[in-house]
Design a protein around this ligand. Structure first.
Ligand code: SF4
Length: 246
């Protein structure tokens, strides 16, 4: 059995270490995710410890799914690929249900023109335009296909943005975070940005996030690119360099 990959990152001047399943010698980028998710969880734990006070506690808890019911949840291409593989592994009944939820969301985004905006080739857009697009998405109130009884059904494999989105404000505010005074816990390392930069550096093409509900459609379009593999050591080194800058 291969030993797990152990990674250490310096965060706020302190080492944070975690271990996760090691990728194979030649690895796809999504195969780096188990170790990176473990490291992200350790970084988040440290960030929460650093931020919480007796009067300021994280208000997120199982059963509160306000953030899973309307937010676009940007996922990086390797995460989209991992989600597509995860869907294939689901038991048949659950898989049918999840695929139908993805299809319904895609249809809704097509009707409203948001599909082309998110899936099209993107130029730099202004902050106002990005906000307006996000607001249009929020207004659709599309729940995440993995949300079951107000809980995440893929908790261990949820994307980086889901992991890092923790708030100390009232839970109800997360239903409209663009307009409400939501207070997120500041994260010292943005793992989604690092994964995107790792994908750009390794694949050698511009990479964009897409809303989680477009993960399967995105993978359909970019399958060949996302199935490429690379020497694991080089990919891990690139990821570590990107994490140090994220
Ligand atoms: S993956 Fe899980 S945590 Fe993330 S939006 Fe979906 S249900 Fe919520």
């Amino acid at each position: 059995m291969t030993s797990p990959l152990r990674i250490t990152l310096t965060v706020n001047g302190r080492p944070v270490t975690a271990s996760g399943a090691a990728p194979p010698e030649r690895t796809r980028l999504d195969q780096l995710l188990p170790a990176l998710r473990a490291l992200d969880d350790a970084v988040i734990e440290q960030a929460v410890r650093h931020h919480e006070t007796p009067a300021r506690r994280v208000s997120c808890a199982k059963g509160c799914a306000a953030c899973c019911k309307a937010q676009p949840v940007p996922v990086t291409p390797p995460e989209a690929y991992a989600l597509a593989r995860l869907v294939k592994r689901l038991p048949p009944g659950q898989r049918r249900h999840v695929i139908a939820a993805f299809a319904a969301a895609v249809a809704r985004l097509r009707e409203t023109g948001l599909f082309d905006i998110y899936m099209g080739k993107r130029e730099e857009i202004s902050r106002e335009a990005a906000r307006e697009t996000a607001q249009r998405y929020f207004n659709l109130k599309i729940a995440c296909p993995f949300l079951v009884d107000d809980a995440c059904s893929i908790y261990a494999e949820r994307p980086f943005v889901c992991r890092q989105y923790l708030v100390t404000s009232a839970p109800a505010l997360c239903a409209d975070p663009l307009n409400a005074p939501v207070a997120p816990v500041p994260m010292p390392v943005r793992f989604a940005s690092a994964m995107l930069a790792t994908a750009e550096a390794t694949l050698g093409t511009p990479q964009y996030t897409v809303p989680l509900v477009l993960a399967l459609a995105y993978v359909e379009e970019k399958k060949e690119e996302l199935e490429r593999s690379f020497p694991a050591k080089a990919a891990i080194d690139t990821a570590l360099q990107c994490l140090a800058k994220a």
